[in-house]
Design a protein around this ligand. Structure first.
Ligand SMILES: Cc1cc2nc3c(=O)[nH]c(=O)nc-3n(C[C@H](O)[C@H](O)[C@H](O)COP(=O)(O)OP(=O)(O)OC[C@H]3O[C@@H](n4cnc5c(N)ncnc54)[C@H](O)[C@@H]3O)c2cc1C
Length: 408
């Protein structure tokens, strides 16, 4: 007979969003140790289809949480973006633009840290259904029923919590991504010798709203390229056609085309894009990470998983202290707070850069090095750059452009 368990907080899914929620909450309230459980269908270290690129904001949040990167990571300091208008070189930076990890190791490290702080992790526990009862949440799993005062939906793009408690899974804001890892000789590979990542937006010429990427990474300490392609779909702009993702990836990075089909273990996975019209809380449930929706422009989700975890932990703490408005305020913060505003702006940018007039927008970006630098800093959230108001961005842009070498 499977055991039934009761906790204060149940977290559905032990990826970065669920584990960050637990870590933020337990660091703030150590007395909750043993009263928070995560239900995870896999066992860490579990495979996860992801390029593993951590933007500086994510790295800073991990430092704040006291979580080190145990597994070997590759840092990139430079970048290239091929666009339908011209190739933009981002220029070498003193600080990393991105830190590339392997998700199996990274997530396992987060899980160890959360358990050290008092999270109870139930692995090999698949959630089958979630329902709200009079004064508690019941989560039915392959290991029996678990009960919580509240539940956090951190179970990814196809979230069971979202499906059962938030009126189903809408599919009109789903991105999809396909990737492959290829072993390479680092001395003959630009991404390693120049410590840079590469993006290619030319699939836009063929009607695909997204981009391809090439990241250097280490798998079992051996140099590889992680190559992939992301497509964003939004009901607000029609797709002209949907060519094969793999065909477009091959065109962008011939290294893929050169490999024998047996070397190409392609993996694909959906990414839910943030929609500011969604709801992210009921009176007993919160959504975080991919279950809530992440960056529509690039499909970056780890930094948002961590930031959602921060907000969710704050709401849970206040709710457990008896604040009846804590979850409503979470919903508001998700939509109108700094993270929600950034995600809305990324949605706005995605509709411009992937829409029918994309050449115009790429041309504007190509005009100014200062704009490029500001855009990358804002995107990366380095030193709080993503908290700047539009007015502050304009002032910085103008003053940068007036400096010698500001415009390209
Ligand atoms: C190809 C690809 C490349 C990407 N590259 C990047 C990148 O470079 N940088 C970046 O920031 N983001 C990237 N992303 C996005 C990133 O992977 C996600 O945004 C991120 O993993 C979200 O974290 P999460 O915790 O919300 O969800 P997940 O990491 O998906 O974790 C959800 C957890 O819930 C568990 N789960 C799901 N259903 C159930 C169930 N029924 N019962 C129990 N457990 C369940 C899963 O096993 C999983 O452990 C990429 C995505 C893809 C598809």
């Amino acid at each position: 007979m499977a055991a039934s368990r009761t906790y204060d907080v149940l977290i559905a899914g032990a990826g970065p969003a669920g584990l960050a929620t637990a870590l933020f909450l337990l660091r703030e309230r150590p007395a909750l140790a043993g009263r928070i459980a995560a239900l995870e269908k896999a066992c860490h270290p579990r495979p996860k289809i992801c390029a593993g690129g951590l933007i500086p904001k994510a790295v800073a949040t991990l430092k704040e949480l006291g979580v080190g990167l145990d597994a070997p990571a590759v840092e990139v300091f430079d970048g290239e973006a091929r666009t339908p208008v011209k190739t933009i070189n981002l220029g070498r930076r003193a600080e990393p633009l991105c830190t590339i990890v392997r998700r199996d190791q990274f997530d396992a490290g987060l899980a160890r840290a959360a358990c050290r702080h008092g999270l109870t992790l139930h692995e090999a526990t698949s959630i089958l259904g979630v329902r709200a009862e009079a004064d508690r949440i019941c989560v039915e799993t392959t290991q029996g029923c678990f009960y919580g005062k509240v539940v956090v939906g951190a179970d990814g793009s196809a979230s069971r919590v979202r499906r059962d408690l938030f009126g189903g899974l809408r599919k009109d804001h789903i991105g999809r991504a396909l990737m492959v890892d290829l072993p390479v000789d680092p001395s003959a590979t630009d991404e390693f010798s120049n410590q840079r990542y590469r993006f290619d937006f030319n699939c836009l010429n063929n009607g695909l709203s997204g981009y391809s990427w090439s990241f250097p990474c280490l798998i079992d300490e051996r140099p590889h390229l992680n190559l992939g392609i992301y497509q964003y779909r939004d009901r607000r702009f029609a797709q002209r056609c949907t060519p094969g993702l793999f065909e477009e990836l091959r065109k962008a990075f011939p290294v893929v085309a050169d490999r024998a089909p047996t070397q190409l273990a392609l993996k694909a996975f959906p990414i839910r894009a943030f929609d500011g019209n969604d709801h992210f809380a009921t009176d007993r449930a919160l959504l975080v990470g991919d279950a809530a929706g992440v960056d529509p422009l690039m499909g970056e989700g780890i930094s948002y998983a961590l930031e959602h975890g921060r907000l969710a932990a704050e709401a849970l703490r206040r709710s457990l202290d008896g604040d009846p408005d804590a979850f409503a305020q979470y919903d508001d913060a998700m939509r109108r707070g700094a993270v929600g505003v950034k995600l809305r702006r990324l949605g706005f940018a995605a509709r411009r850069f992937y829409g029918p007039r994309h050449r115009l927008y790429f041309r504007l970006v190509a005009l100014s090095r200062t704009a490029q630098r500001l855009g990358v800093d804002w995107y990366n959230g380095a030193d709080g750059a993503d908290r700047m108001s539009i007015a502050q961005v304009v002032v910085r842009w103008v003053s940068g452009a007036l400096r010698p070498g500001g415009a390209s």
